[in-house]
Design a protein around this ligand. Structure first.
Ligand code: ADP
Length: 470
């Protein structure tokens, strides 16, 4: 398969190439273009050139283009899922949903409109709030869900009348480049551009004076840098950053009933999920039984190449993340007791089995930081107020969950958590129509839902004198 960038409607090889690694084997899957500043500038210029005509189309006309993109994504789900698994490591069973998820998101946003609100219609004035397009949007995606994350950026950006430069992460560019090829004849030239880089063009893109908005998903550290880069030209920003989601298990929870779901969301995609379950607080009265259940589930998990049928847990996506995972295991050993997993698997791939660490407390790196790997700290508590206070002092505030046999008790705890999204007796329940937003250092702005569309628009207030009485 040949990979090219999409710039101004043309498939472009670029002046350099780079290797893309399969994390399950550490071998090269393919080469692809390594974009340069020249390519980024050409993509922004193409997007700027395409903006007037695209933004002047009606919402209904833009919606038709989104639906055509959705059709082509749906028709190529198997191929796209294979690429996402090859470059990202996540098992095929899940990447099929990831690929189809972009089509679902395109269809969802294609069905929305940009409402006009009548603010006042009185004897003194008539005021309307309408929504305008912004211009060129930089959509910067991460390596954990290289395709899924396109779905929170591309569809609403386009629907709102903006044009896009999509820049995937350096270790996972293939599915995005393939998408560019699939839609090259569907979207007008310049409306969507795809530029791959070796994680070295982000500064140029986010400082570019012709980019009006940056929609970024990635680490909190890089998010801060994006915000600083955007300052000079006061770009609009959506930042979806890190999280350290806590799950709290109350003393009345049915351990056997909930352990499978808890383990799933702790270990899904090797823990590389921004709203994954990253630390588990369990009441002392059921702590030992919860630890035992988690050990049993971890021991049964099938770890391996995501392309192999039956694999439940793939590798860490890249070497840097794999090495970080080993550091978190060492921290877990120092401050707690490793009761499942804890050793890398032999072989060249970046595999860490589901790892459970007990007898660990707040104040250790594994609990306080975002580990982003399949290493779950389980913390014993007796005072719920202390747990809530601890969670609320974290700099992160993405998601969280509360587990109990009594939903009203769980709700009372959930309402006190300072996080963007909280779930009861489940974790990570996201959908295209439900706004997704983090608090504190977990993010700025909103994705998905009507709010996620409006985040790609500029408010335009039209204030007229009162209509003359007839
Ligand atoms: P990691 O720290 O794990 O490499 P990042 O948050 O840096 O993850 O990566 C997420 C995305 O941000 C990738 O597409 C990456 O290329 C991009 N990126 C990296 N550095 C910058 C930067 N200075 N400005 C904008 N985007 C960047």
């Amino acid at each position: 398969m040949e990979f090219k960038m999409l710039i101004g409607g043309d498939l472009v090889a670029g002046s350099g190439t780079m290797d893309v690694i399969n994390p399950a084997t550490a071998a090269v899957i393919s080469q692809c273009p390594r974009g340069t500043a020249v390519d980024i500038n050409a993509a922004v210029a193409a997007a700027k050139g395409a903006f007037p005509a695209w933004s002047e189309l009606s919402v209904a006309e833009r919606s038709q283009v989104l639906l055509k993109i959705a059709d082509v994504v749906d028709a190529n789900v198997d191929e796209l899922a294979r690429l996402i698994t090859l470059e990202g490591g996540c098992p095929l069973e899940f990447t099929k949903f990831e690929a189809a998820g972009l089509a679902a998101s395109l269809r969802y946003f294609a069905g929305l409109s940009l409402p006009e609100t009548l603010i006042e219609n009185s004897t003194s004035r008539r005021v309307r709030l309408v929504r305008r397009s912004l211009g060129v949007v930089a959509a910067i995606t991460p390596w954990n869900f290289p395709f899924d994350v396109i779905g929170v950026k591309l569809p609403p950006a386009l629907m709102a009348g903006n044009t896009v430069v999509l820049k995937p992460a350096g270790t996972t560019p293939l599915a995005s480049l393939h998408l560019g090829r699939l839609i090259a004849r569907i979207v007008p030239p310049g409306v969507v551009n795809v530029v791959s880089d070796a994680n070295d063009l982000g500064d140029i893109l986010t400082q570019h004076p012709d980019v009006r908005k940056v929609s970024f998903t990635g680490s909190t550290a890089t998010g801060r840098r994006v915000m600083a880069n955007a300052a000079a030209t006061l770009k609009r920003l959506t930042l979806e950053l890190g999280g350290n989601d806590a799950a709290i298990v109350l003393d009345d929870a049915d351990v056997k009933k909930i352990a499978t779901d808890i383990a799933f969301w702790a270990f899904f995609h090797a823990g590389q999920v921004c709203i994954g379950l990253k630390r588990l607080y369990v009441h002392a009265s059921i702590y030992d039984s919860m630890c035992e259940e988690l050990v049993a589930i971890a021991g049964k998990t099938v770890v391996g190449d995501g392309l192999t049928a039956g694999t439940q847990l793939g590798p860490l996506q890249n070497l840097k993340q794999f090495e970080r995972a080993l550091e978190y295991i060492a921290d877990g050993r120092k401050h707690g007791k490793v009761i499942a997993g804890g050793e890398r698997l032999p072989g060249p791939g970046y595999f860490i089995p589901p790892t459970v660490v007990r007898d660990i407390t707040d104040g250790s790196r594994l609990v306080d930081e975002e580990q982003f790997c399949p290493v779950l700290p389980v913390i014993k508590y007796t005072e719920i107020d202390e747990v809530i206070r601890g969670i609320n002092t974290s700099s992160f505030g993405l998601g969280g969950s509360v587990w109990s046999s009594d939903p009203s008790r769980a709700l009372a705890v959930a309402e006190r958590l300072n996080v963007g999204m909280v779930w009861i007796n489940k974790h990570c329940d996201v959908a295209t129509h439900i706004p997704f937003a983090g608090s504190k250092a977990s993010g700025v702005g909103v994705e998905f839902g009507q709010e996620g569309l409006l985040d790609f628009t500029q408010i335009h207030i039209i204030n007229e004198p009162a209509a003359q009485a007839t």
